[in-house]
Design a protein around this ligand. Structure first.
Ligand code: G
Ligand code: G
Ligand code: MN
Ligand code: NA
Length: 255
C-alpha cells in the first residue's frame, strides 16, 4: 500500500498521537508556559512515523486539512483536561501548527469556534503557528483571517522564522504575537559571530514589531545563556525537553 492510501485509513482510524514539547519562559527562572503540539503517526507496520515524512504527503493530497483539524481539536481537549485535573496548569497554553490549506478552507473559523465551545477553553490558551511560506499568496485575505482568529483571543506565532521567503515587506502588517527563531540559527549561535548577529537582529526586529521571541532548538546551556543575554523571552528545545507523550508530560511537569 502507498503511504497515501495508508494515510486515508489512518485518518479514519485516528491512528495519530500528539506529543507535547514544553515551551519555557527563559528570563524568569525557566518557568513552563505551555506546549507545542507535534503529531506522530502510529503506523501498523512502520511504527511511529515522523511528520517530516507524512506532512508533505498530507499536504499534496489535501488530507492535511482533516489531520490538522483533528490535531487542533485533540490538543484543545487535552489542555482542557489538564486544566481540570491539575489546577496549577490553569495558565498553560498549547501551540498548534497550521499549513496554508488550513486557513483557506471555508470551515476554518467555524471549527475553531466549535472546539472552543466544546472544551470551554478561552482563546487565550491557544496559539496557532503559521510559517512565512503560508503568507505568500493573497496576503490581504490571510491578514483578514488572522484578524478574525485574534478576535477570539487566540494568539499567532510566526514559525521557522528566517528560513522561508522573506516576508519583511509585510511582516509589520501581520496581527502576530510571537516570532519563533528557527533552530538552524540557534544551534550555531556559538559557532560563528555572524549567527550570533543574525539572532540579535531577529530579536531587535521582534522588539521593534512588538512580537515576543521564542527560540527553538535550544540544546546546550551555552546557547541558553547567549539567548538570555540577548533578552530572548521564551525557549524550546531538547535542553528542557524533547516532545513527550501525554503520560510523560503528566509525570514530569504536572505531578
Ligand atoms: O517533532 P517534529 O518531528 O515533530 O516535527 C516535524 C515537522 O512537522 C515540524 O516542521 C512541524 O511543524 C511539523 N508538524 C508537527 N506536527 C504538525 C501538525 O500537527 N500539523 C502540521 N501541519 N505540521 C506539523
Ligand atoms: O517546524 P517546527 O518548529 O514546528 O518543528 C519543531 C521540530 O523541531 C520538531 O521536529 C521537534 O521535534 C524538533 N525539535 C524540537 N526541539 C529540538 C532540539 O532541541 N533539537 C532538534 N534537533 N530538534 C528539535
Ligand atoms: Mn512549530
Ligand atoms: Na519551527
Amino acid at each position: 500500500m502507498t503511504l497515501e492510501t495508508d494515510l486515508r485509513h489512518a485518518l479514519d482510524r485516528q491512528d495519530f498521537i500528539i506529543y507535547y514539547q514544553p515551551i519555557m519562559d527563559i528570563l524568569n527562572g525557566d518557568r513552563l508556559v505551555g506546549f507545542e503540539a507535534l503529531v506522530r503517526w502510529q503506523h501498523p507496520t512502520r511504527g511511529i512515523v515522523s511528520p517530516m515524512d507524512f506532512v508533505p504527503i498530507a499536504e499534496e493530497t489535501g488530507l492535511i486539512v482533516a489531520l490538522d483539524s483533528w490535531v487542533f481539536n485533540e490538543a484543545c481537549k487535552q489542555l482542557a483536561q489538564w486544566k481540570i485535573e491539575f489546577p496549577d496548569t490553569s495558565s498553560l497554553k498549547v501551540s498548534i501548527n497550521l499549513t496554508a490549506q488550513d486557513i483557506r478552507q471555508p470551515n476554518f473559523l467555524a471549527n475553531i469556534d466549535r472546539t472552543l465551545a466544546e472544551t470551554g477553553l478561552d482563546g487565550k490558551s491557544i496559539t496557532l503557528e503559521i510559517t512565512e511560506s503560508m503568507l505568500l499568496d493573497d496576503i490581504d485575505t490571510t491578514i483578514d483571517l488572522l484578524t478574525q482568529v485574534k478576535s477570539r483571543n487566540i494568539q499567532i506565532s510566526i514559525d521557522d522564522f528566517g528560513t522561508g521567503y522573506s516576508s519583511l515587506n509585510y511582516i509589520h502588517r501581520l496581527p502576530a504575537d510571537y516570532l519563533k527563531i528557527d533552530r538552524s540559527f540557534v544551534n550555531q549561535i556559538q559557532e560563528a559571530k555572524r549567527n550570533h548577529q543574525i539572532v540579535q537582529t531577529i530579536i531587535a526586529l521582534s522588539n521593534q514589531l512588538e512580537l515576543a521571541v521564542i527560540a527553538e532548538g535550544i540544546e546546550t546551556s551555552e546557547q541558553l545563556q547567549i539567548l538570555r543575554d540577548l533578552d530572548c523571552e521564551f525557549g524550546q528545545g531538547y535542553l528542557f525537553s524533547k516532545p513527550l507523550s501525554v503520560q510523560e508530560i503528566k509525570e514530569k511537569f504536572m505531578l
